[in-house]
Ligand binder design. Structure first.
Ligand code: HEM
Length: 404
């Protein structure tokens, strides 16, 4: 019996996943769910939206349509809402945020460099994605820190069953879980609607975009704004933390990056392959389907193994090795696939690249604490270190030495 492929509480079980890919590509987990381990099966399943529907909640919990997160919404409504969200986070708009991300990273590193180290997850990584999303949403800078806290509350509530009413409906919804947050979003929406000259931000664009003559309702807008915060935050922070863990535990790699800065985007891609921030996607199976000779019955939960797919030896040679010379590194499934493929991938890549680039600019040497053991984060689908205690030497802003 191999380890539970859904259980990453002690780290993603890569050895067990390799065994599943070889001997049992479609398996049953101890909780009764099914699990897809091979890349081709995972990719095909992400495209099969007639059979597999995203599942964010415990069995039996349903939410009203306007409180469904975009990933859970069936077609054709999903496609319409996705076009509205895409217009808000389109790539040409995202590239404009780079100077903000760069300045934020410098500001955070000012204090860490002056102290000679700290916990990079708490002090550097965590504030970056939440602050960037808050900035894009048009949130007052004084409230940026509250966005990181709200994001944690919302993420931790998505699988909660405690609010379920007897009829299976999520009794409180987002407003019950994070009332300050929903009130804040509602106020932002109301202010922009009332303003003759609203700022050009995510919220205004969500209000103004119509698809097939339809606008999002205020509740629909609030739901998708909250999801943008959650989906862009809990994921990107693990990408940045995984990148920093890699460079802080490999002095030769750190030195090479300082000399060959053009490798940074390649490192980001290989990190997404080697350590995807989401190691598994959960789906509800809506109809019987046979994959690799195994019939998965309607009504069960199915895990799509993204971390397993990314190390599939049918696609990647030496899949467990972290390598910067893979011709097909970008074929990874860290951002999913099919109609729900991540629309925030450009923003995530930009944040990962800039956070690492600024770190290399400012830090000459970083050493992870002796005895460091990776402690995984407590969110079951997420893959990143909870802490990164480092000692470092670096330069004050603007005085970085040339690479040597
Ligand atoms: C490294 C960072 C990120 C990773 C690894 C990631 C990964 C993913 C994955 C795997 C999916 C597919 C979910 C599914 O099929 O059920 C997804 C969907 C999504 N992501 Fe990301 N994401 C990241 C960053 C972001 C950012 C920065 C944003 C936006 C600001 C974002 C917004 C979304 C949204 C809205 C969806 C739902 C799309 C839909 O259902 O049509 N993500 N992401």
């Amino acid at each position: 019996m191999v380890a539970d492929p859904l259980d990453a509480s002690a780290g993603v079980p890569y050895e067990a996943l390799a065994e599943l890919r070889t001997v049992c590509p479609v398996s049953r987990t101890p909780s009764g769910a099914y699990f897809l381990a091979r890349r081709d099966d995972v990719l095909a399943a992400t495209k099969n939206i007639a059979v597999f529907q995203a599942s964010f909640r415990a069995a039996g919990v349903v939410v009203p349509a306007e409180e469904q997160l975009i990933s859970e919404i069936p077609e054709p409504r999903h496609g319409k809402i996705r076009r509205i969200i895409n217009s808000a986070i389109a790539q040409h708009r995202i590239s404009r945020v780079e100077p903000f991300v760069r300045a934020l990273c410098h500001e955070l590193l000012d204090q860490i460099v002056a102290r000679g180290g700290g916990d990079l997850v708490a002090d550097y990584v965590t504030p970056i994605p939440a602050t960037v999303i808050a900035h894009l949403l048009g949130v007052d800078p004084a409230d940026h820190a509250r966005f990181a806290e709200w994001s944690d509350i919302v993420v931790q509530s998505t699988y909660a069953t405690k609010n379920r009413r007897a009829d299976g409906v999520d009794g409180e919804g987002l407003a019950g879980v994070a009332p300050d947050f929903t009130a804040y979003l509602d106020a932002m929406i109301a202010e922009r609607k009332a303003s003759a000259d609203p700022p050009d931000d995510f919220v205004t664009r969500l209000i103004n975009t119509e698809v097939d003559g339809e606008h999002l309702t205020e509740l629909g807008m609030r739901t998708q704004l909250a999801f943008l915060l959650m989906s862009g935050n809990e994921t990107t922070r693990h990408l940045i933390a995984n990148l920093l863990e890699t460079v802080c535990t490999d002095a030769a790699l750190f030195a090479r990056l300082r000399a060959e800065r053009e490798l940074v985007p390649t490192l980001v891609e290989e990190s997404l392959r080697h350590d995807p921030p989401i190691h598994v996607l959960m789906r509800d199976c809506l109809a019987d389907i046979t994959i690799e000779g195994v019939t998965i019955p309607a009504g069960v939960k199915v895990g799509f193994g993204l971390a397993s797919a990314n190390r599939d030896e049918r696609t990647y040679g030496d899949p467990d090795e972290f390598r910067l010379d893979r011709p097909n590194a970008k074929d990874h499934l860290a951002f999913g696939g099919g109609p729900h493929v991540c629309p925030g991938a450009s923003l995530a890549r930009l944040e990962g690249r800039v956070a690492l680039d600024v770190f290399i600019d400012r830090v000459h040497e970083a050493r992870i604490d002796i005895g460091y053991q990776r402690e995984p984060v407590p969110v079951f689908w997420a893959n990143g270190p909870r802490r990164l205690p480092v000692t470092l030497t670096g330069a004050a802003r603007g005085t970085s030495r040339p690479n040597c």
